[in-house]
Design a protein around this ligand. Sequence first.
Ligand code: FAD
Length: 594
Amino acid sequence: MTVYSAPLKDLKFTINELAGLEKIIQMPAFEHATDDLVDPILDEASRFASEVMGPTNVVGDQEGCRIEDGTVKVPSEFSAAYQLFFESGWQGIDCSQVYGGMGLPSLIGAATAEMWQGANLSLGLCPMLTSGAIETIEAHASDELKQRYLPKLISGEWSGTMDLTEPQSGSDLATIRTQAVPHDDHYKISGTKTFITWGEHELTANIVHLVLARLPDAPAGVGGISLFIVPKFLVNEDSSLGDRNDVVVTSVEHKLGIHGSPTCVLNFGDNGGAVGFLVGRENRGLAAMFTMMNLARLQVGVQGLAMSERAYQAARDYAKERVQGQIPGSRESARIVQHPDVRRMLMTMKSLIEAMRATAHVTAATIDIAHHTDDADERTGTLERSALLTPIVKGWMTEVAQELTSIGIQIHGGTGFVEETGAAQHLRDARVLTIYEGTTGIQANDLVGRKVLADTGVGMQRLLQEIAELDAPLADCGPDLDSIRHAVATGRQRLEDATNWLLGKGHDEAAVVYLAAFDYLMLAGTVIGAWQMGRAAEIAHRKLAGNEGDTDFYTAKIITARFYAEQILPRSAAYFEAATSGGIAAMDLVEEQF
Ligand SMILES: Cc1cc2nc3c(=O)[nH]c(=O)nc-3n(C[C@H](O)[C@H](O)[C@H](O)COP(=O)(O)OP(=O)(O)OC[C@H]3O[C@@H](n4cnc5c(N)ncnc54)[C@H](O)[C@@H]3O)c2cc1C
């Protein structure tokens, strides 16, 4: 069985030295978030993840969820773990102090989220969905709804869900059919939502569903969707609970992974209509839902990172123990960690994990600045940057998680294929990450269509310029960092060339552009990862030169960055070639092949 231990040193390195926590906590919104507050919180989160949530992971996988008497029974050990989560106030870590949250930056929220998801992805999904509901209500709901719902969501006493999907409506939300009919001061909601994560359970006293639905006279398409709060129990003015609302669970899915997370089919309005309250304006629901989806996309990217880290820890520990064969040139029995190929696999995991963590944290920091800076130009720039990075964090990091959790099994050999080891659960659990919150195909379309072509590549050009600015500091570090410098420059050039190629094709050659989208997304992730690894190496080099800090830690940072530069970044050549091939697959005649 695998044990999860939060990678605290690495988390603190990326938060402080790459993502720039110091600058963020200087903003007035975070003046209470001093170093002496943040560090102990991260230490305690790490303890909580490994001692409270982690031990429920395997048992949750084995027990799964079932329907009983109209409710869903989740794995028995989740209840005590969630109760402690609630009592510790973890839900509110990065939520507004106005409604009882701790008011820490999203950057700290991203770090604790990695710990929850690494410890137990199934259980971690519950607070993850609640965070999305909190952020959406805070950004779009009326003051009255905020007062009524936010304090108990932020405390973790209630949980939240996100209800978009319907049988005919997955990636394409334009086809949503759930109805919302105005009635007195509220709406009557009726329809069926499928695949609703933590849609029904008894861990919390109430469940607040955020539901996309359509008014009777709404225009067709996404311009006719509205967003509603539909609580499981109606909420009185003083936030106490009233009658049961007209929403029931009709089944829970049997899934490949995340067995401990109930994925529910919910029926709204079987008995006359569930009471719902409009969030934001009529027919503007999708814009409000995007608040929730964008946050969730980042969090799912972090889930990819967390599962990769968990798989890495298990593989590393196993490789240090398992004895098999001899290393070339020796007759001694070797531990498999000594074999060059096993080292390659472990370093592939380690270096991609570090690159992903840095990319996620830098994105979270960008969001903090965008939401709290007083400087209008800085706000525009950071909003643009976070919008550009979001599909890359979601798409690239969850695709990489498929590879790394699979390598985790490979390092275990046959034992990895057997459930008892735990390595198989990591792969099974991670498999959904490229699917929910928008498939990789949808992220790639978003990146190419909305984030690159729509602004004629301006945001991407700014990013490329920033990557170019790392060249001089890397050159100053001398020959030790040459391969890293070369890799960053080469990758940057490929990303620039691919961007110009896309812009050259534009919307006129949509089929070719959207064929290229996946490889372009993977190219962007790989290059941004190299950039962050280059930044880490440059910082580590300076620290070592100045005899500052932990020598082993900073030496390891340079080794991992070199591995990334020499073994991972070359993938960018293949992504570039595939993206810009303008390939045969876009041609109509390919359809005849299927
Ligand atoms: C475990 C689990 C939990 C979930 N939790 C929730 C939840 O809490 N709330 C919720 O609302 N939903 C949830 N979902 C639903 C999830 O968001 C959808 O499954 C997902 O958006 C994909 O929709 P779909 O399954 O209908 O696939 P489809 O949309 O039918 O897609 C099938 C394939 O076609 C591709 N495709 C579709 N459209 C395009 C396009 N325009 N361009 C390129 N390729 C395209 C996709 O990439 C995919 O490969 C969950 C799903 C699962 C499996």
